[in-house]
Ligand binder design. Structure first.
Ligand code: FDA
Length: 298
């Protein structure tokens, strides 16, 4: 209730204030600002993944700009020798408008990434595009192993998808899932989602797949650490992943303990739309932000 009230009043919040909230979670509008953040994170022993903001485009002409921006980002990563790969949302490349065009634009980004020996993670979006996103991932995987998938623990289908990904030894980021989905499609309870998350991580790690353990939930981090210890996995077999500006203390502890950790670094001109959309999709995040303000952390 409280969170929903915050979301309803959000449009009334002055842009400058929203920008102040967003500045903790978004690296900036320009590539140069994002590169500075990546450099700082690398200095703290963290890897990064750059995300050019923009999703669910309305016009296919917008895809060109996104592809060009990713190419610039990849060139800069190579030139500055930064430890960062990229994360791409297929709806920003027109998945919902023209899947063939989306495939063409995605291959251009992948090609640029492969030229510099980088890696492309395909973010997972709402359930209307899950099947097609997984299909495009497996198609790309035929070209190279330097491409990764994301599976969302809240989807009923994800246990089966994790099994398939484990058999293919895919590189998988496991996250809870951020989009609001109906009960027919997704688990709704905190415990059920956590249990599904851990089961998927275990399936993948036991099969020898590389896993991006993307969570700030201390319970899930502890469970993943227990599996890593049980399987005696080397640090190269997995990585933790967190969002920029979130759970910074836990991030530092994991790095200090010798684990690989990657920070998701979104940037771009669509930061305001992105922030507002995220807040509307998942009002719980509004609660985190208010908590952050009250604790003086924002
Ligand atoms: P939970 O929601 O229980 O959060 C645990 C604690 O972390 C909270 O109590 C709070 O303190 C803090 N926290 C979490 N999220 C926060 C936020 N946004 N701001 C401030 N504090 C926050 N989802 C998706 O559907 N598709 C995707 O491709 C991705 N990609 C992705 C990459 C990476 C690196 C991460 C870390 C997450 C994603 N997600 C995602 C989002 C994911 O699905 C999920 O919504 C969030 O990670 C929150 O879930 P937690 O597991 O952190 O647990």
């Amino acid at each position: 209730m409280f969170n929903e009230l915050i979301v309803k009043t959000l449009p009334l919040v002055p842009k400058a204030l929203v920008r102040r909230f967003a500045s903790r979670y978004v690296a900036g509008e320009k590539l140069a600002e994002a590169l500075e953040v990546v450099e700082r994170l690398n200095g703290e022993g963290c890897m990064a993944t750059l995300d050019v903001l923009g999703e669910d485009i309305l016009d296919l002409s917008e895809t060109e700009k996104t592809v060009v921006e990713y190419r610039h980002a990849l060139e800069a990563i190579a030139q500055k020798k930064l430890d960062s790969n990229i994360s791409v949302k297929l709806t920003a490349l027109g998945l919902k408008i023209d899947p063939a065009e989306c495939r063409r634009q995605f291959s251009r980004i992948l090609e640029s990434a492969l030229q510099i020996g980088s890696f492309v993670r395909v973010d997972m979006e709402d359930s209307s595009v899950t099947e097609e996103t997984i299909r495009i991932y497996f198609e790309a995987r035929r070209t190279s192993e330097r491409v990764g998938l994301v599976l969302q623990a809240y989807l009923h289908r994800s246990r089966a998808d994790a099994r398939r990904a484990a058999d293919a030894k895919a590189n998988v980021r496991v996250c809870k899932g951020i989009y609001v989905e109906p009960p027919e499609v997704a688990l709704q309870g905190r415990k059920e989602i956590r249990d599904n998350y851990s089961a998927m991580v275990d399936t993948l790690l036991e099969a020898g797949a590389y896993v991006g353990i993307a969570t700030h939930d201390p319970v899930l981090v502890e469970r993943a650490l227990a599996t890593i210890a049980r399987l005696k996995l080397p640090r190269e077999a997995y990585e933790f992943q967190m969002l920029l500006g979130v759970a910074v203390e836990m991030r530092r502890k994991l790095v200090a303990a010798g684990h690989r950790l990657r920070v998701y670094v979104p940037y771009g001109e669509s930061w305001q739309g992105y922030s507002m959309r995220r807040l509307k999709e998942n009002p719980a995040i509004a609660g985190y932000i208010v908590k952050g303000i009250l604790s003086g952390g924002v």
